[in-house]
Design a protein around this ligand. Sequence first.
Ligand SMILES: NC(=O)c1ccc[n+]([C@@H]2O[C@H](COP(=O)([O-])OP(=O)(O)OC[C@H]3O[C@@H](n4cnc5c(N)ncnc54)[C@H](O)[C@@H]3O)[C@@H](O)[C@H]2O)c1
Length: 259
Amino acid sequence: MASYSDRRHLDGRNIVITGANGGIGRALCRRVRAEGATITAIDRAGDPQDPIWAELEAVFIALDVGQSRDAIADAVAEIESVEGLVNVAAVEANTNFPDFEDEEFARVLNINTRGPLHLMQTLRPRMGEGASIVNIITMDALLVLRTTAKSSALYAASKAALAMLTKELASELGPDGIRVNGVAPGLTDTPMSSIMPDERRQWIVGRTALGRIGQPEDIANASAYLLSDAARFITGQIVPVDGGMGAAIFGPPELAFEP
Ligand SMILES: NC(=O)c1ccc[n+]([C@@H]2O[C@H](COP(=O)([O-])OP(=O)(O)OC[C@H]3O[C@@H](n4cnc5c(N)ncnc54)[C@H](O)[C@@H]3O)[C@@H](O)[C@H]2O)c1
């Protein structure tokens, strides 16, 4: 019998991936392609002629997911059927509480929350039984980690809204055999996290059970699993993929004592 690792779990399925040109997005494209899927890659940045899209036999659509629902519908009109959708594209806020302006809140919500919602709405009629949606959330939506001077408030709120949308839509689409889950990465080694000073990075590593930050492939692996039928009885869940950072509160060594 084929083991989990040697099966092509996504053979013949079309998987739509936003943020496909980023660190996690590219790793996910490679992973689902290796599992036999065809890919519709969406990103606002990136060159449709980039050799990666030919290598992966992917269709690349240049699209800002923070635009109106009509603009999104136009951009994805050619996609015929969708067996999987992964909403990866997101941005962090540029300003701190209490200084942010309404425009900044709107920008972050448009991209991180409304974008995934618009794609789920638009593509829903093209999904049948067995389809799977994965929304990339963040551990910042599940717990507060005060490690940066920069406020995560807007970013965390936009992703927490996406987490609850994930659960709500799982209950709405479950009767039609469509699953909706979230993956919540901890700190992951991508362009988005590259601005974090090394000292902060090490502080997080010291509070992570597995003693390292995530690689994009770690998030891609969990997402590909949720896309596949191996996860056919899992829906409405937000799965932390953080090396155990969110699983414990780590105290300073001087508080340790012999029982
Ligand atoms: N890297 C981390 O530490 C980390 C931690 C937790 C969650 N995440 C989440 O993982 C996901 C991927 O992040 P990443 O680390 O790969 O970041 P990244 O910056 O490498 O990739 C993000 C991609 O999204 C694209 N994008 C941004 N705004 C867009 C828009 N309006 N329309 C279309 N595309 C847009 C960017 O062009 C980029 O290619 C995000 O949802 C992020 O919130 C990342």
